[in-house]
Structures are given as C-alpha cells and as structure tokens.
Design a protein around this ligand. Structure first.
Ligand SMILES: CC(C)(COP(=O)(O)OP(=O)(O)OC[C@H]1O[C@@H](n2cnc3c(N)ncnc32)[C@H](O)[C@@H]1OP(=O)(O)O)[C@@H](O)C(=O)NCCC(=O)NCCS
Length: 161
C-alpha cells in the first residue's frame, strides 16, 4: 500500500465529505475550515482508492488542536491514520508547538489506541462533554522545549475501573 499525504485543497472537499463515519464533515464545513488561517488540513490518498482519510487541526498560539481524524471504513487498520498523525506531529515539531491536544469519546477504543501508540497520554476527563452525555477524554502529546522530542508521560487520570 502506498499512501500519499498532502495538504487538503478545495478540490478535495467532495471526496473528503464522502468519507463515512461518526465525524463526517460536509463539503460546506470543509470549505469553511479551509478558509480559516489557523486551520491545518491533510488528506491521505491511495492510487487505487483516491482520498481515504483526512485530518483537521487548528494551530492556536503554541498548540496544535487535533479536531478530527477519520479513515474510510473499508481502508481502516492499514496504518493510514497513523501515517496522517505522524505528518501532523512532524508539522507540530516544525512550527515548534509545545503540545498537540485533542478530545475523544471515552468509548472510542480505536482512536484512543491510535493516539496512545503515538505518545499521547490522558490528561483529564470532561464529564458529559458530548451532546449525548458521553464523557470526553482530553489527551496530550507533549514536546520537550529544548530538543523537540516527544516527552513520555503517564496518564494523569484513570480511564477504566
Ligand atoms: C480511529 C481511526 C481514525 C483509525 O484509523 P485507521 O486508519 O484504521 O488507524 P491505523 O490503521 O493507522 O491504526 C493505528 C493504530 O491505532 C490503533 N487502532 C486503530 N483501530 C483500532 C481498533 N479498531 N481497535 C483498537 N485499536 C485500534 C492500533 O494501535 C493501531 O495500530 P495496529 O493496527 O498496529 O494495532 C478510524 O477507526 C476512524 O476513522 N474512526 C472513526 C472516526 C473517529 O472516531 N475518529 C477519531 C475521533 S476525532
């Protein structure tokens, strides 16, 4: 499998809006994101399948907020989201961000597994954060200010039990 990761452009909006899943965005929402000077968007393409995944993040002061990552359901578990987040993390390093931050549903085992495998740790829980009352887990990837290396940290909250 060869995946190419590019910055998203307006011509990708229809293909990205067609990616299925709970975090789906409409073409209109994607175009609005692309207009925001602080938004950073990427897509993953496979020669045989076109656009198969996307990431939306915001760069706010010295933090990158990961808002959305999704892989087309028939192309999951092939390392595509990991490759996209590695591109995001490389970008965060390039711009000397201090942290990458995100919120994820407590029940989203796949996403939490993905984030952990990249060095994120759980920093807090926001009780009943989502409209259906599910808790959000706040996760962080921290960079050492001097070296830019990822700082390994243990969870600051218990997620289970
Ligand atoms: C979460 C999501 C983006 C992962 O995409 P993906 O391309 O399948 O992820 P990858 O193949 O790169 O997986 C990387 C690692 O994440 C973890 N992971 C991914 N899917 C998992 C699952 N179903 N169960 C447990 N761990 C999982 C694993 O550690 C995996 O590494 P491994 O395959 O070597 O074990 C995908 O499941 C998705 O689009 N979900 C719906 C949208 C969503 O919930 N987004 C996150 C909230 S914003």
């Amino acid at each position: 499998m060869t995946v190419r990761i590019d910055r998203m452009s307006a011509t990708d909006a229809a293909a990205v809006a067609a990616i299925d899943g709970p975090t789906r965005l409409t073409e209109e929402q994607l175009r609005a994101e692309l207009e925001r000077p602080w938004a950073r968007l990427w897509v993953a393409r496979e020669a045989a399948h076109g656009v198969v995944a996307f990431v939306v993040a915001w760069h706010v002061t010295d933090e990158i907020h990961l808002l959305n990552v999704a892989t087309r359901s028939d192309r999951r578990r092939r390392g595509i989201a990991r490759a996209m987040l590695e591109a995001l993390i490389a970008h965060a390093r390039e711009v000397r961000a201090r942290h990458v931050l995100l919120e994820v549903r407590r029940s989203n085992v796949a996403a939490i597994g993905l984030y952990r495998s990249l060095g994120f740790f759980a920093m807090g829980v926001r009780a009943r954060y989502y409209p259906d009352d599910e808790d959000a887990v706040e996760m962080v990837l921290a960079f050492d200010a001097a070296t830019g290396e990822i700082v390994e940290r243990a969870d600051e909250v218990r997620l289970h039990g």
